[in-house]
Design a binder for this molecule. Structure first.
Ligand SMILES: *[C@@H]1O[C@H](CO)[C@@H](O)[C@H](O)[C@H]1NC(C)=O
Ligand SMILES: *[C@@H]1O[C@H](CO)[C@@H](O)[C@H](O)[C@H]1NC(C)=O
Length: 341
């Protein structure tokens, strides 16, 4: 009798984790920041010193995260930046260099122990955990899952993004480079780490699932069209997904799904106030195969193509995510609720 009860209890206990949907998060999106309505009093640590202006000013639609900010159509990731096929983009003029030249320039950069990705650069624990927050509270909130984390060193504007040494202005010409590519980089004199290149692909060249570091130049050609892309990320990293419109009057939205058998919805961003993004802490033991859907939410221009740039930047396992979990707290962070069945 007692054994039977024990057995039933045991089965019940074991069953709970199996019937729970996979758990994603913590994550932050443009929509979750918009839902704060510029009220930051519940954010911890509370941003107080952001330089000359008050911290909540930087959440206005005309500021850092909005359509005039660095993630916008007219920022460095957009059409007027270095990456693109137009005559004014430097990457359009780059000749297809021979592998041997790429390999040599790569060695000259990534072979140095003080290269931009090494422990002498912005991604080292000292730069990230100590120097950045010591600048001021805006700096603190450039850390992952902070209010401006999407603009910080782990996002697309940082050293791992398309404008950094792993992108098409670095040693490798990654424009139209299909497949998954990584390069060995010296973190210190003795320690090597393989980093993924940021391949830049037109949507027509995406035939297979991508890795966790790429930029897609896409277009929504009719109103109800949805573009879907598949990609895979190793666990224990921050994954930052940014959807840059190529023209400021187009408003796109995106939804992230797990590409495992359950196809669970993970997160969405459909803000019209900010440039849409999702910054996800992909915890250990989490499945990192995803599908991302991109649609046009609203269009306020009818002349130019509704083109966009989808940028995925993985932080690699440079940080231990278990230790980062409570670094920043607040209602803008959507956490994984483990007891949800
Ligand atoms: C995951 O994505 C690939 C496309 O890259 C697809 O072929 C596959 O069926 C998907 N897996 C699941 C389980 O849905
Ligand atoms: C975008 O928003 C529209 C409604 O405006 C909705 O129908 C569509 O499913 C959304 N797409 C994504 C990918 O979230």
């Amino acid at each position: 009798m007692l054994y039977t009860i024990f057995f039933i209890l045991l089965v019940n206990l074991l069953e709970i984790p199996f019937s729970t949907a996979a758990c994603y998060g913590p994550y932050v999106t443009a929509s979750s920041i918009e839902a704060l309505h510029e009220d930051i009093h519940l954010i911890q640590p509370l941003p107080v010193d952001c330089g000359r202006l008050s911290c909540d000013f930087y959440l206005s639609s005309s500021s850092a995260l909005g359509s005039h900010g660095p993630l916008s159509a007219y920022g460095p990731l957009g059409m007027v930046g270095p990456v693109g096929h137009n005559i004014w983009n430097p990457t359009a003029w780059r000749p297809d260099s021979a592998h041997i030249i790429e390999w040599m320039t790569s060695n000259m950069l990534f072979g140095l122990e003080n290269n931009p990705l090494s422990s002498a650069g912005p991604l080292s624990s000292e730069s990230y955990h100590e120097t950045l927050p010591s600048i001021n509270d805006f700096g603190k909130h450039l850390q992952a899952l902070g209010l401006w984390g999407v603009l910080g060193p782990l996002g697309p504007l940082g050293a791992l993004g398309p404008l950094g040494p792993l992108g098409p202005t670095g040693p490798y010409n990654t424009m139209n480079l299909e497949g998954h590519h990584s390069v060995p980089v010296h973190l210190t004199a003795t320690e090597l780490h393989n980093f993924d290149l940021v391949e830049v692909l037109d949507e027509s060249r995406v035939h297979e699932s991508l890795d966790c570091s790429f930029m897609i130049l896409g277009t929504i050609s009719f109103h109800r069209e949805t573009d879907s892309y598949f990609f895979n990320c190793a666990p224990n990293q921050f994954v930052t997904i940014v959807l840059v419109p190529e023209h400021s009057l187009d408003y796109f939205n995106m939804s992230l799904y797990s590409n495992s058998s359950s196809s669970e919805h993970v997160a969405s961003s459909d803000s019209m106030k900010y440039i849409n993004f999702i910054q996800l802490g992909l915890m250990k033991n989490t499945d990192g195969s995803f599908r991302i859907d991109v649609s046009l939410h609203e269009m306020h221009q009818f002349i130019l193509a509704h083109s966009y740039r989808l940028i995925v930047t993985g932080s690699h396992d440079l940080l231990d995510l278990d230790k980062e979990e409570n670094n920043i707290r607040g209602p803008h962070i959507i956490s994984c609720s483990k007891d949800e069945i």
